[in-house]
Design a protein around this ligand. Structure first.
Ligand SMILES: CC(C)(COP(=O)(O)OP(=O)(O)OC[C@H]1O[C@@H](n2cnc3c(N)ncnc32)[C@H](O)[C@@H]1OP(=O)(O)O)[C@@H](O)C(=O)NCCC(=O)NCCS
Length: 186
């Protein structure tokens, strides 16, 4: 079983797996609620978050050492999330998903966090391929894999039904273990 570090110091923020508490679920709910208008265009799950109880399973999943899921935190306060969103049978391929408090945007936080998690996918998890999917129109999200040297594999037509009536084309990016190892040697 892969065991991920509980805390990764990224300078101005940290990636962490705090103990699961109802207080944490409440803090997470408040953060999502505050960012509803910012997140809703891209993330369908936001509609289903109605109260702290809806966030408790997320908090529990992050706390587990064998999930590659992390909170983005500053001085102990949760400001977003980054993690493996899709469990593939063999763990050969993993997909990374993310969201960040609007107030923390534009400082390179998520680029750094995704880079860290990509390293953990190839290292601790032993994956061969890391994927990132982002709606074609979500420029800020697409900029992350592009900045990190992921390959754009293609566009998946009408891949995502965010909510009834909102269907998006999705760009799919990947990085392979061989490409990651090469990048580290530079
Ligand atoms: C997509 C999202 C996670 C981006 O978060 P972010 O932290 O702003 O993203 P980045 O780490 O890429 O930051 C890039 C910005 O920081 C700036 N920056 C500053 N220092 C930087 C550094 N050291 N390295 C990289 N970028 C840096 C860049 O110039 C860029 O600014 P710009 O957006 O004005 O061009 C965030 O906008 C979000 O949560 N959006 C809504 C939810 C969502 O779309 N999730 C993804 C679904 S696929």
């Amino acid at each position: 079983m892969a065991e991920f570090p509980t805390r990764i110091d990224c300078g101005c923020f940290e990636m962490c797996k705090p103990e699961a508490t109802f207080q944490l679920a409440t803090d997470l709910f408040r953060m999502v609620d505050k960012n509803r208008a910012f997140l809703e265009p891209w993330l369908g799950w936001v509609d289903f978050v109605k109260g702290p109880e809806d966030e408790f399973c997320i908090v529990q999943s992050v706390a587990q050492k064998d999930t590659g899921k992390y909170f983005i935190s500053v001085n102990g306060a949760v400001h977003g999330m980054v993690g493996f969103v899709q469990e593939h049978k063999s763990k050969q391929t993993v997909e990374i998903g993310y969201w960040l408090d609007n107030a923390m945007n534009g400082r390179g936080v998520m680029t750094r966090a995704v880079d860290e998690l990509t390293g953990l996918a190839f290292g601790i998890l032993g994956a061969n391929r890391v994927e990132i999917q982002a709606a074609v129109e979500n420029r800020k999200s697409r900029a992350i894999p592009e900045r990190l040297g992921f390959n754009q594999d293609g566009i998946l037509r009408q891949r995502e039904i965010v909510r009834p009536g909102v269907i998006q084309d999705v760009a799919i990016y990947s990085k392979l273990k061989s490409e990651w190892a090469k990048g580290k040697q530079k």
